[in-house]
Design a protein around this ligand. Structure first.
Ligand SMILES: NC(=O)c1ccc[n+]([C@@H]2O[C@H](COP(=O)([O-])OP(=O)(O)OC[C@H]3O[C@@H](n4cnc5c(N)ncnc54)[C@H](OP(=O)(O)O)[C@@H]3O)[C@@H](O)[C@H]2O)c1
Length: 337
């Protein structure tokens, strides 16, 4: 089969970037069968050229200068897995304006600058996809945008932060104090040394702003999300909830009533029989209520090297199979790809 090669620029080679490299290498043939293209990583942006990496990448492929990727006409797709806000916004904007499709795992970027970046993508006829930015491997973005597109979504409820779910699950199952559960989450690498963004609910709020914007097809600003974290949840609260047949979970909630949209993140007391009450450990889940559908729930890993890479590479396939990715000549694809 005479296949075309597509060159990709990778911004970041940390947890997610390494997973993306592994997945692209392990699945060259399957991916080519599914989209008709052979994907090749052209350059990789990093901060430290000398650092030991989780994957072997030839030295000449690494760069500290993002222009090596943005100004390379052969690079048609940019995968942003470096994190950051303002500087990353400028980089992604430049990539879109240069006619490159962009895939990002960065919820901060999408929650804060999604409207601007979507406009730039539309103006330049390219894709901006970000499945990994919300609930990691769970394909909730695509489901809301495509599978539920014909339906009228009324409410989205989710456990979209694995760190806080781990802490609350430990407090519930083992009677751990908040501080001990947090320390254990840090030891296991689920929580950062500075856990503020997770335990304050900010991380979940960013993801809920994105989910609400997609569900209700209008931009929901982060500032519009009512926010309460789990720092003040005590073991006594957990015990009181248990005694009443309930479980405390950090729940993101986006609701539409007429033209009013309400988005919040807060600890909620859920009936133990509620499907979200059963989502333990560091797992994520998103529960959707829509007029025709009724109820549906998606459940899975919200973070981690390979789960997140799977969502990123899924977006890459979507770009390569999409109408905006103008193929120079028809590609041969496996019949049922
Ligand atoms: N980790 C997860 O499970 C997960 C899940 C969902 C979404 N995400 C999102 O995915 C993104 C990446 O997360 P991660 O965990 O992979 O981060 P990470 O392990 O810290 O990796 C970040 C990578 O980007 C590079 N980088 C950062 N700033 C840079 C700059 N200014 N110039 C050049 N290179 C730069 C770093 O280079 P050096 O290695 O040289 O320092 C590193 O390779 C974030 O937006 C995160 O929110 C992560």
């Amino acid at each position: 089969m005479n296949r075309k090669v597509v060159k990709v620029g990778l911004l970041g080679l940390g947890t997610v970037g390494s997973g993306v490299v592994k997945m692209l290498r392990q699945n060259v043939e399957e991916l080519a069968q599914k989209c008709g293209y052979e994907v090749e990583i052209q350059r990789v942006l990093v901060r430290d050229l000398e650092k030991m990496r989780a994957v072997d990448v030839e030295r000449h492929m690494l760069t500290r200068d993002v222009q090596d990727i943005l100004e390379d006409p052969e690079v048609r797709i940019v995968i942003e897995v470096m994190g950051g806000e303002e500087q990353t916004k400028e980089i992604v904007l430049q990539a879109l304006q240069a006619g490159k499709h962009v895939i990002t795992a960065n919820k901060d970027l999408v929650a804060l600058h999604g409207a601007l970046l979507h406009r730039a993508a539309d103006e330049n006829g390219v894709e901006l996809l970000y499945e990994a930015a919300v609930a990691g491997a769970i394909p909730i973005v695509r489901v809301l945008k495509q599978s539920f597109a014909a339906d009228n979504v009324r409410e989205v409820m989710g456990i979209v932060n694995g760190t806080t779910n781990y802490i609350l699950s430990k407090m519930t199952a083992e009677g751990a104090a908040y501080e001990d559960a947090l320390a254990e989450a840090q030891q296991l690498g689920y929580a950062e040394a500075d856990p503020h963004a997770d335990v304050s609910g900010l991380d979940a709020a960013r993801k809920m702003a994105i989910l609400a914007s997609i569900s209700f097809r209008q931009a929901v600003e982060l500032a519009d999300v009512k926010l309460e974290g789990i720092e003040s949840v005590t073991q006594q609260d957990v015990e009181r909830a248990k005694a009443g047949g309930q479980v405390i979970k950090l729940i993101g909630r986006a609701r539409r009533e007429g033209s009013a949209i309400e988005v919040s993140v807060a600890p909620m007391w859920l009936e133990a029989a509620h499907p979200l009450a059963k989502v333990g450990d560091c797992f994520n889940a998103v529960y959707v209520y829509a007029d025709a559908l009724g109820e549906a729930m998606l459940y899975g890993r919200g973070a981690g090297e390979m789960p997140t890479a799977s969502a990123v590479v899924g977006d890459l396939l979507a770009v390569l199979r999409g109408r905006k990715f103008a193929a120079a000549q028809p590609q041969q694809m496996a019949r049922w790809a």
